[in-house]
Design a protein around this ligand. Structure first.
Ligand code: SF4
Length: 458
């Protein structure tokens, strides 16, 4: 191995994984390693993997094999390394190191050791991830323009019967308010306009550390940061979505009115087999009462073991009645290590797919009707980039999260590259089920690259 190898990177999976990748890159950069975002130039690739469901595992393995075939040496981090360290070590001679989900902060020592000794292979996977790092770590941004994720906690204390995350990520561990605010200030000082708070169960935040749920307090503290435009929260848990939290969100203008709450199912029997909270309709009603303008996003699982046609029809009617603004549906993925994997009456793959497709079709109509209500309205849109194919600038409204929700394309505009990170008022002129089109009317707040407010378009 070269004395000063170049490190490439691949980050798979969810935004929580992305923050781990950015921390590892930040630590490597600070320690003086040479990094590249073009893996063709890399000698060693750091691949941060996902092992949440079968499809994610397949994608991780496919990428690992592709890099190995390209002659790269590998540091495999994240959920797949946590889950299958022995198999990976045995089957992949290219794997120089395996790094568990609770060990990512040891990346510099691991990298130094494998560079110093080309015959060394390291397994750094704590059996029960329980690291608790509360200081602000260096981060090298890999992501979504003017937005940055902040992971406010790790692990999960729930026991949903389909989920392997508590096994792979350990018990819930919050970071302090002080540490999160410091990281947010650092990101805003370097141009971030939107902070997106993530963890496995964001509304549980603080219970382990302060003895009370403290997300509302964290929001108040973040709200004080000047130049921060939007604060977004991902992953509400139904029973933790209480009046106090929703009223805090309603009161703080920088906290976007966007509630991302995975409900997983509607039928009491399925919810009970999933070990999930009952009465999702009450939670949605509370959200709509306190935040009538909010976009509500939810995700559901179809084909859970024991799901009959009747259970499924209950879910379909629930979705049609509630008319969620944004929706994701997953076909249940059988995991042998979790309780649902050995439940009777597993649903055939074909039926799961059919059920999923029917819901997606129903949601497409709901989504189009939701978007049609936006036509002629003026929305604040965070400008994120330029679509070369369409020849249009695009961004997101406060009701949309990056990479999963609607995109707003801006058709007549005085925007240019200095506008990236600006929040611009856009009048919506037309829509599709998952896209909006409009005309910029004014730039409301300037991003990092813009020195003064400019009027754009008309
Ligand atoms: S709350 Fe989420 S992360 Fe925790 S066990 Fe349930 S599905 Fe998994």
């Amino acid at each position: 191995m070269l004395r000063n190898p170049t490190f490439g990177v691949v980050s798979l999976g969810c935004p929580k994984n992305q923050t781990d990748t950015e921390v590892m890159l930040g630590l490597l950069k600070e320690a003086g390693f040479t990094l590249t975002f073009d893996n063709d130039d890399a000698d060693i690739c750091l691949i941060n993997t996902c092992s949440f469901i079968e499809d994610a595992r397949r994608e991780s393995v496919r990428k690992i094999v592709e890099l190995a075939e390209d002659g790269k040496e590998l540091i495999i981090a994240g959920c797949l390394a946590q889950h299958f360290k022995d198999q990976l070590l045995e089957e992949l001679p290219e794997a120089r190191a395996l790094v568990g989900t609770g060990d990512i902060h040891k990346i510099v020592d691991i990298a130094r050791a494998i560079v110093a000794d080309s015959s060394l292979r390291i397994v750094q996977v704590s059996p029960v991830p329980d690291d608790h790092i509360d200081e602000v770590q260096p981060r090298l941004a890999t992501g979504v323009g003017a937005s940055a994720y902040i992971k406010i906690a790790e692990g999960c204390d729930h026991a949903c019967t389909f989920c392997i995350i508590p096994m792979l990520r350990g018990k819930f561990r919050s970071r302090s308010i002080d540490s999160v605010v410091k990281e947010a200030r650092m990101l805003v000082a370097s141009g971030t306009r939107e902070i997106i708070l993530v963890s496995q169960d964001t509304t549980y935040y603080g219970l382990d550390m302060y003895g009370r749920m403290a997300l509302a307090e964290l929001l108040e503290a973040l709200h004080e940061i000047e130049d921060l435009a939007w604060i977004r929260i991902m992953y509400f848990y139904p029973t933790e979505t209480n009046r106090k939290l929703l009223e805090t969100i309603a009161r703080l203008p920088k906290v976007v009115k966007y509630i991302d709450i995975p409900l997983q199912h509607s039928h009491p029997e399925i919810l009970s087999s999933m070990a999930r909270p009952q009465s999702p309709e009450k939670t949605v009603a509370l959200i709509r009462e306190i935040l009538p303008e909010a976009a509500v996003r939810s995700t559901f699982i179809v084909g859970f073991p024991g799901e009959t046609e009747e259970h499924y029809e209950h879910l379909l009617s629930f979705i049609q009645e509630q008319k969620f603004d944004r929706l994701g549906v997953f076909a249940y993925s059988r995991e042998t290590e979790v309780p649902s994997g050995s439940m009777p009456d597993q649903v055939p793959q074909k039926i799961k797919k059919l059920r999923r497709n029917r819901i997606m079709e129903a949601q497409q109509h709901i989504s189009l009707a939701r978007n049609e209500r936006m036509v002629a309205r003026r929305l604040n849109v965070l400008i994120e980039g330029f679509d070369e194919k369409k020849g249009l600038y695009y961004g997101r409204s406060e009701w949309d999260a990056p990479q999963i929700d609607n995109v707003v394309y801006i058709e007549e505009t005085g925007l240019d590259y200095n506008s990236l990170g600006d929040i611009v008022e856009v009048e919506i002129t037309s829509c599709k089920p998952y896209d909006l089109f409009g005309v910029a009317t004014a730039s409301l707040t300037a991003g990092a690259g813009t020195e003064e407010l400019v009027l754009a378009g008309s």
